[in-house]
Design a protein around this ligand. Structure first.
Ligand SMILES: [Zn+2]
Length: 265
């Protein structure tokens, strides 16, 4: 089991939230887990390596077909260039065949439109408290950075079952995955420029124009007042899987977002 956790801690193809889910799954906190693995020239062996660990531990899994993903490759004064960086695979991973069968039933019920029953089965598989599963079914789940070590939306920020689960997950992760615990808990406070990249119904995606750990980073932030391409200057704070940004000045310049222009600018 520890070998899978060590692999997940050091793998570069998983986002932090997926690492959290996989570590909790490895520690038997969940019967099933969904995660995405990104493969690029930097980590070509990780797909094989990940599947080898799953097979050794006898965890059944279903892997999706590969799909391309984009990353920001270049930021110039008036341009932000996104390009295909590699491919990603979605994995549904299960503790045993019973969990896999329950998952297939869950998918079937979703297809038939029997959403509440499907979500009750899903909530059980993914280890959500019953109160939060109910809130999710009614579209009322909320997220709080105070319970960053649970991966579900909460019925309320004060949900006792989620708080208890959060505490339990913190102690399990500190003990069994200390490297991930440190990485996940790190506070980052930087003066940053971000650009609004995409408008989505609930959140807008913004890109940080300063490289963080060598990479331009995309965050979902609420900056709905600003059109795509606006540059904002302010203080960016990240901790756990949560980012907040306080704009101090908007639109120093407008930026054009473009895709797949390899070698042209
Ligand atoms: Zn709850």
């Amino acid at each position: 089991m520890n070998e899978l956790i060590h692999f997940v801690e050091s793998a570069v193809g998983f986002e932090l939230n997926d690492k959290l889910k996989l570590i909790l799954f490895s520690l038997s906190c969940k019967k099933a887990c969904y995660c995405q693995l990104r493969i690029s020239a930097d980590n070509l062996d990780e797909k094989h390596h990940f599947e080898k660990h799953l097979k050794l531990l006898g965890f059944p899994f279903i892997v999706s077909k590969p799909k391309p993903y984009e990353e920001i490759v270049k930021v110039k004064k008036h341009w932000l260039v996104m390009d295909i960086k590699g491919i990603w695979y979605g994995y549904d991973v299960f503790q045993d065949d019973g969990a896999k069968r329950a998952f297939l039933r869950y998918k079937q019920l979703l297809k038939k439109g029997r959403i509440s029953l499907a979500d009750r089965i899903g909530g059980g598989l993914y280890g959500y408290p019953v109160c939060c599963t109910k809130a999710f079914i009614h579209g009322k789940a909320v997220f709080s950075p105070k319970t960053a070590f649970v991966v579900h939306g909460l019925c309320s920020v004060n949900c006792p079952a989620s708080k208890k689960q959060n505490q339990k997950n913190i102690s399990l992760i500190r003990k069994n995955a200390p490297g991930f615990y440190r990485e996940f808990s790190k506070h980052l406070v930087v003066n940053a420029e971000v650009v609004v990249v995409e408008k989505l119904p609930e959140n807008d995606y913004v890109a940080c124009l300063k490289r963080i750990n060598g990479k331009y980073v995309l965050f979902p932030l609420d900056v709905r007042l600003y059109p795509v391409g606006t540059v904002l200057k302010g203080v960016l704070r990240t901790r756990y899987n949560h980012a907040s940004f306080r704009p101090e000045r908007a639109f120093l310049r407008r930026i054009l977002i473009t895709r797949h222009l390899r070698g042209r600018i």
